[in-house]
Design a protein around this ligand. Structure first.
Ligand code: PLP
Length: 373
């Protein structure tokens, strides 16, 4: 046998993935069903409480007869609609199968074995998973008061750092970095490092010092802003997200994304949703009313709630008999699903999505029963 053949795996061996792939703990989404329960209150995945725009649903239905056709692989109309809505350059918008596809692509395109990818310790779980899938090393930076720490991130930048992912606001902590903090972070990063600003929840934020990343993308070739139609637009089941970046990064994403990555009904519904500003404003007003209500009610039960700006609240439970595990089980027994946080290194917390008025009242009533009995 030649030297090369000596190194090949035996032909009858099982296929083996690249090193590191089997070390990836698969992403576990929020629970969606309870055995035997018919009416379930689902507050585990930060979906928008009020559901999609009727215009989006109508557009989805209207295109049903066309679904034998391939979608426009370049999502031209959708990109045009996004560009017109936000005043952006459509050539630098890239649509994805949810922003998840874009998170993964960025890691695969810009990092590999030997490279480092920075994320904050309680940042969105997809970031370390995407880094691992790319063969790169995720670097978790401790947070301060459950908020990304700009100086901590900068301290961990090395010559091997290729990407920094920041969810702003962050899921699951609900905290955010100000425009100035993000600017400071970007200014101190090497230009060779891609800063990914994941603004999945930006439409829920009502703070004067917040900026979703558009300003940073303009004039900086190493910044990507990610957005999604899954949250305030309430189209999570259709899987549509988009990136706005400098021309070079947009080009890289376009070369590597799925050819027909956004389905025909998904494009149609997203375009219609963008045009329905009333629906979006209703969802914002609902959230502005009910998130503070949830926070206040839960605090009133003696539980700590992390100050948040998105459409969910992170609630801390004490250790012992009435801990977060017991609380989640109790809520489940009342057909209410919320998210356990162990995978985010926050085992003492539960994340509760803002629901409809009835759902919010039901979760508070159930928590009251849990705490007081
Ligand atoms: C911070 C953050 N980014 C991205 C996503 C993924 O969104 P999408 O449905 O667009 O893939 C989520 C979903 O929960 C999220 O919380």
């Amino acid at each position: 046998m030649s030297g090369i053949e000596d190194k090949l795996a035996p032909l009858d061996a099982a296929p083996t993935p690249r090193p590191g792939i089997i070390d990836i703990a698969p992403y576990v989404g929020g629970e969606a069903s309870i055995a035997g329960a018919t009416r379930i209150i689902r507050l585990a995945s930060n979906e928008s409480a009020l559901g999609p725009s009727p215009k989006a649903v109508a557009a989805y239905r209207a295109i049903a007869g066309e679904i034998f056709r391939y979608p426009d692989g370049a999502s031209v109309e959708l990109r045009r609609a996004i560009a017109a809505h936000f005043g952006l350059d459509e050539t630098r918008i890239v649509c994805g199968t949810g922003s998840d596809e874009l998170i993964s692509l960025l890691a695969k395109c810009y990092a590999g074995p030997g490279d480092e990818v920075i994320h904050s310790r309680h940042g969105f779980l997809m970031y370390p998973l995407a880094a691992q899938a790319a063969g790169a090393t995720p670097v978790a930076v401790p947070e301060i008061n459950l908020t990304a720490d700009v100086d901590g991130v900068l301290d961990r930048v090395t010559a091997r750092t290729r990407l920094v992912y920041i969810a702003n606001p962050n899921n699951p902590t609900g905290t955010y970095l100000s425009r100035d903090a993000m600017k400071r972070l970007h200014r101190a990063l090497p230009r060779s490092c891609v800063l990914v600003v994941d603004a999945a929840y930006c439409e829920f934020v009502a703070r004067n010092d917040y900026e979703p990343g558009l300003e940073l993308v303009e004039g900086n070739s190493n910044v990507v802003m990610l957005r999604t139609f899954s949250k305030i637009h309430a189209l999570a089941g259709l899987r549509v997200g988009w990136a706005y970046a400098g021309a070079a990064i947009a080009d890289v994403l376009n070369r590597t994304r799925g050819t027909f990555n956004v389905g025909l009904p998904a494009q149609a519904a997203a375009i219609a949703s963008l045009g329905d500003t009333e629906s979006i404003e209703r969802a914002q007003a609902h959230n502005h009313r009910w998130r503070p209500w949830l926070e206040q009610q839960i605090r009133g039960l003696g539980l700590a709630v992390n100050p948040a700006v998105a459409n969910f609240v992170l609630t801390r439970f004490p250790e012992g008999e009435k801990d977060s595990v017991a609380a989640a089980e109790f809520l489940k027994s009342r057909a209410i699903l919320v998210r356990r946080m162990a995978a985010y290194h926050l085992p003492e917390y539960l994340r509760i999505t803002v629901g409809t008025e009835d759902e919010n009242r039901a979760v508070v009533a159930a928590l009251t029963e849990f705490v007081k009995t």
